[in-house]
Design a protein around this ligand. Structure first.
Ligand code: NAP
Length: 743
């Protein structure tokens, strides 16, 4: 950018003027000149300090220009190019800002006979309904996208120079083909402008137009603001991008026809479907897109400060279980009738599952403070989604979806985020194929999964090579659509949430030891689901109370599925005063209130049969061990080394920082309880380790600072608030340089 000796803007209006202003604000030193057919605009640009000079005549300005930016309306591009062609110098790079690209490429072909390699078309996705240089804004492009549409034989250096100019203005660069650009913009920009122009015009033609505008409320103003945009510019856009705009208009008219039919028929259910999909789509897709900012957030070091000496008292309910949140949506959608869900975990992954069912035509209201209402469509009522179903980072969702989609009458594609697309899916695709499903995967059995609909499925007896609740659940869901019996046999028992919830929805699943089976062809009946609080999240508070003298805490409505209660058994074996009361069953799952009071803990050899039942709970249990009298020994826990982090090593490093005596072995750790101090601990982005050391501070002799805590927000969004509610002193210090000592 520093090398551009002279930038020439042809057309000094809002877009050209803002470009000059942004370059100036970024400290661009080279000359900026402008050509405009209105000499007043040039004088104004000079007075505003945006340009060094200009003229209404191109010929005077082109010699010596290294970068020429065409900022005139789309239909003026061809005549400007024709005037420019004989004047161009060899090393000049040309670009434009036009809102459509196909017509401008055609104009270039008409003038130059081919696309010159030094002509790189572009479009800043930023603007306003104002026009003219007076409206120039140096911040217009900051954090906005600029799309470049280079050709295969575009000069690489020319592309880089155009990109550099926009980067200097703070813009984010994207690249796509001309045709794709025109299609995308027709839908996202040209169509909404057309609708706004047309709506305001049709209202303005009515007799009572004054009254209409007098009473127009916020909604009308929001919707019609863009109808104040420049008419010439927009006329040119519709002349230039006619075909893509007409296609977008056809889709829109079909949509209006659907709403019209629903209104005509008084079909409230259909309206609710359209409106819930729309009102959530906007929020949902923006969240997805913010993954860029989410990643930036993740890169930042979020630090917690946990102070010693807090209390642990009261009654709380921790967030809902994630596995059950997913399944409640899936089974609620496949049931007949309306399923009301409470305690739904509003995490990104469960929201992705919810959106996927909306995409398949299921009307889902909420989530609103953990409440979701699902208007079930029955086992055969799903509709083909308009595009691939996205399941975020959730391996559980992808594998469960694979099973239930294998039995549908339509084709589907399942995709996920970058890390999910690296995970193997053959472990579900292979047995589903044995049942008769037709599934394509990418290389090495990885996502995306393309599932061909309309395949008759047959039940199978499948001996699973590995113990996996996801594979078992996938097969049982496919089994709902299969002829005869589907039986999954595991080498060891795994979590049985799917079987229990199917039973809760009135679908008979039988179980014996490590075998589960069902017969296809039945139906699910809607039932209310109060998603149990997640025992893994409850664990941090159980340990907090167990180690803090004077504590007395009730954790309400916690899921105590037998496959998850290792933490209760282990804490009891260590001497914790923990009682389970108010036991009941919700949607087939056992839940209870857990009451815990302080009692001195003693070190134990953790029974190996409890290890799989408490696998996620060990970071917190290590803190219990650090506060127990004597030695606690863990063995048979190799799996802990391949979780979100090498949990044994990362916990050991943290224990070392605060002075807890311990020794790591290949499949476990020995921890000797005793007094310990404060210090700075790195959680390595592992949410459970961050929360475990927040709990450790209760008995520490100094404050504990914990780095890399951003992920706590995804698994346990209100952890810090609940900690404060019971009397712990944990504070989110926000972004701090990693490793920096306390100030
Ligand atoms: P604008 O404020 O009206 O500016 C266009 C300027 O170009 C006017 O000063 C116009 O002069 C001048 N001009 C027209 N024909 C010319 C010619 N043959 N030679 C020299 N100057 C000429 O419009 P704008 O909003 O900056 O839009 C410019 C371009 O940016 C368009 O291609 C548009 O599609 C694109 N764009 C606009 C937006 C937006 O939101 N505004 C966003 C992205 C891209 P007169 O006033 O005398 O006609």
């Amino acid at each position: 950018m520093a090398g551009e000796r002279r930038i020439l803007l042809v057309g000094l209006g809002l877009i050209g003027g803002s470009l000059a202003a942004a370059l100036r604000a970024a400290g661009h030193r080279g000359e900026i000149l402008a050509c405009d057919r209105d000499s007043n605009e040039i004088c104004l640009g000079q007075r505003m300090g945006l340009i060094d000079g200009g003229s209404t005549q191109l010929a005077a300005l082109v010699p010596g220009a290294s970068l020429i930016v065409l900022c005139v309306p789309v239909m003026a591009m061809q005549s400007v190019m024709a005037e420019l062609a004989p004047l161009l110098e060899d090393d000049a790079v040309i670009t434009d800002v036009g809102s459509t690209k196909g017509a401008i490429r055609d104009a270039a072909l008409g003038v130059f006979g081919r696309m010159p390699p030094n002509l790189v078309l572009g479009h800043p996705i930023a603007g306003s309904e104002k026009s003219g240089v007076a409206a120039s804004n140096p911040e217009l492009y900051r954090d906005h996208k600029v799309i470049l549409t280079p050709e295969p034989d575009s000069d690489v250096e020319a592309v880089a120079r155009v990109a550099a100019m926009w980067s200097v203005c703070g813009a984010q660069l994207l690249s796509m083909s001309v045709a794709r650009h025109d299609e995308v913009l027709a839908r996202t920009s040209h169509l909404p402008h057309l609708l706004a122009f047309s709506l305001v015009d049709s209202l303005a033609r009515q007799d009572e137009r004054l009254e209409i505008f007098r009473y127009a409320a916020g909604g009308f103003r929001d919707f019609t603001r863009i109808a104040g945009s420049d008419p010439v510019m927009w006329r040119d856009v519709y002349l230039a991008n006619r075909d893509a705009v007409l296609e977008a208009l056809d889709e829109f008219e079909a949509g209006v026809a659907r709403v019209r039919a629903a209104v005509t028929a008084g079909d409230g259910e259909a309206m609710l479907g359209i409106f819930t999909r729309a009102s959530h789509a906007r929020h949902y897709f923006n969240t997805l897109l913010k993954q860029t900012s989410y990643q930036t957030m993740e890169q930042q070091n979020v630090r917690y400060r946990a102070l010693p000496g807090g209390q642990v008292q009261g009654r709380i309910r921790v967030p809902g279980d994630k596995s059950m949140s997913h399944r409640s949506i899936m089974l609620g959608a496949l049931a007949t009738g309306v399923t009301e869900v409470e305690g739904f975990l509003e995490g990104e992954d469960s929201l992705a599952t919810l959106q996927a069912f909306r995409d398949m035509g299921v009307v889902i209201e909420g989530p609103h403070q953990g409440r979701v209402t699902i208007h079930g469509v029955g086992l055969n009522g799903l509709k083909q989604p308009p595009g691939p179903l996205y399941v975020g980072n959730s391996g559980t969702a992808m594998r469960l979806f694979a099973g239930l989609l294998a039995g549908q009458a339509f084709d589907t594609e399942l995709t996920g985020d970058a890390s999910l697309t690296k995970r193997p899916m053959d472990r579900v695709a292979n047995p589903l194929r044995e049942m008769g499903a037709v599934i394509d995967t990418a290389d090495n059995g990885r996502p995306p999964l393309r599932i061909h609909g309309g395949q008759p499925l047959k039940g199978i007896r499948y001996e699973m090579p590995m113990a996996s609740a996801q594979v078992k659940s996938c097969l049982l869901l496919a089994g709902l659509y299969a002829e005869g019996e589907t039986r999954a046999i595991e080498p060891a028992p795994t979590r049985d949430h799917t079987e229990r919830m199917l039973n809760g929805f009135g679908y008979k699943v039988e179980r014996q030891g490590a075998e589960a089976w069902l017969n296809g062809g039945g139906s699910l009946e809607a039932c209310p689901i109060d998603v149990p609080a997640d025992i893994s999240s409850a664990t941090f508070f159980l340990v907090a109370a167990a180690i803090t003298p004077g504590s007395d805490l009730v954790l309400e409505h916690v899921g105590i599925n037998p496959t998850r209660i290792g933490v209760i058994n282990i804490l009891k074996a260590m001497g914790a005063d923990l009682s389970v009361s108010n036991e009941r069953e919700v949607g087939g799952e056992p839940v209870a209130d857990l009451h815990i009071r302080y009692a001195p803990l003693k070190g134990i050899d953790i029974p190996e049969d409890q290890v799989p039942l408490a696998i996620d709970e060990f970071p917190a249990l290590f803190i219990a061990a650090a506060n127990a009298e004597g030695m606690t020994r863990l063995r048979g826990a190799e799996e802990l080394r391949v979780k979100e982090s090498d949990r044994i090593q990362v916990m050991a490093d943290g224990l070392a920082q605060i002075g807890v005596e311990h020794e790591v072995v290949a499949d476990g750790i020995d921890i000797r309880g005793g007094a310990y101090g404060g210090g700075l601990v790195d959680s390595h982005g592992d949410h459970r380790i961050a929360m475990a050391f927040s709990v450790a501070a209760l008995r520490a002799q100094g404050e504990i600072l914990i780095d890399d805590c951003a992920n706590v927000a995804t698994s346990f969004p209100n952890f810090v608030a609940l900690a404060a509610e019971v009397g712990m002193q944990v504070e989110n210090l926000g972004a701090v340089a990693p490793g920096q000592e306390a100030s």
